[in-house]
Design a protein around this ligand. Structure first.
Ligand code: ACO
Length: 329
């Protein structure tokens, strides 16, 4: 038995932060940002009273509505995030309380930008085993809560957003989540993209705040190189394992970090640009949110038909990366 996606939903905050707005705050330019990343604007959840779980709650409510089910029918909630409301309890438990999913168990999964593909694959196992019938998987990040808006290397790249899916047993054989390949490389990755403080290594102190250790830091060039290679490799691997030619692919749904990384992945797959989902220009990198936001937009635009072959691919801090093959039911 395979797991299939039966509902999609997204939530993007209303406040738009454009490249021109960033020009007022940083030594950068709209031209530089657009040419290096493809990003024009991103959304910011300005209200300090609204953490990541607020976005998860908005997504979860829509998912229930779209699927016409009660919260009590959900068996499991997984929230992929690297910006949880707090260290504990999990943002998944907070989301559970928002919708009143009294019969679910709930946990967070942190694989940074690969969080959603990790979570979707994990959730699929609970459906395939027969343990569960309805699982909610949400990718959500309030990146503005960990961005240093004086650091032009990172502040321009990210935005806030969330989206998710419900997965259930596929109605027919041969449909649903058919294959997944997931990877981690902490040996080479852990030094290049991180937020040092706030955990047990550097608990919050005056010193960690003074040294700005509660913000995301990266070696962008190094991350870029690894992302291009790993996303293209895993996309190619998924195609080979499933005997897919470029023409068989309805949509490549890549993590939205940088248009140049997306283009390089599509080129290696030989997939035409018309089949590549891209919304990085309007939302920037919403980390665990990017892939489900893309899925929700494709679904809203009614671009997904029964039998459409989708390849989801991601890369993020860790390093973590992976690909999933979905045949839409
Ligand atoms: N505005 C203007 N100039 C800038 C900016 C900016 N915002 N940021 C850096 N520069 C400058 C640099 O200081 C450098 O100047 P120098 O040559 O005088 O030293 C110059 O621009 C070139 O910098 P590079 O870092 O080489 O620029 P690059 O073409 O690599 O682009 C970028 C930088 C966009 C960060 C790119 O490396 C990238 O996208 N990396 C991937 C990072 C990423 O997406 N991380 C997110 C999480 S992981 C993931 O989602 C895949």
């Amino acid at each position: 038995m395979k797991a299939a996606i039966t509902a999609t939903a997204k939530y993007l905050p209303d406040t738009v932060l454009t490249n021109h707005d960033l020009e007022q705050m940083l030594d950068t330019s709209d031209d530089w940002i657009k040419s290096r990343t493809g990003i024009s604007e991103r959304r910011i959840l300005r209200d300090p009273e609204k953490p990541t779980s607020y976005m998860c709650g908005e997504v979860a409510k829509q998912l229930l509505e779209k699927r016409h089910i009660d919260a009590g029918e959900i068996d499991l909630i997984i929230v992929a995030t690297m910006t949880p409301d707090m260290m504990f309890p999990s943002t998944a438990c907070v989301t559970q309380s928002i919708i009143g999913a009294v019969n679910a168990w709930a946990f967070d999964l942190n694989a940074a930008c690969s969080g959603f593909v990790y979570a979707l694959n994990t959730a699929a196992r609970f459906i395939e085993s027969g343990a569960h019938k309805k699982v909610m998987v949400i990718g959500a990040d309030k990146m503005s809560s960990i961005l240093d808006f004086t650091d032009r290397n990172t502040a321009i790249l990210f935005g806030d957003g969330a989206a998710g899916v419900i997965i259930e047993p596929a109605e027919e054989e041969g449909f649903g989540i058919l294959d997944a390949r997931l990877y981690s490389d902490g040996l080479n990755g852990k030094e290049h993209l991180y937020m040092l403080a706030g955990g047990s290594r550097y608990p919050a102190s005056h010193e960690t705040v003074d040294k700005k250790m509660h913000y995301i830091r990266q070696d962008g060039r190094q991350v870029f190189k690894s992302a291009v290679i790993s996303m293209a490799d895993v996309a190619e691997e998924i195609m080979k394992r499933n005997n897919l030619q470029a023409d068989d692919v309805a949509y490549l749904v890549p993590h939205q970090a940088n248009q140049r990384i997306i283009n390089a992945t599509a080129e290696r797959m030989g997939v035409d640009h018309s089949k590549v989902m891209s919304n990085v220009a309007k939302y920037g990198n919403t980390t665990a949110g990017t892939i489900p936001i893309c899925l929700a937009e494709l679904d809203e635009q009614q671009k997904l038909q029964k039998g459409s072959n989708l390849i989801l691919v991601s890369f993020g801090a860790g390093y973590t990366w992976g690909g999933i093959y979905v045949k839409w039911q």
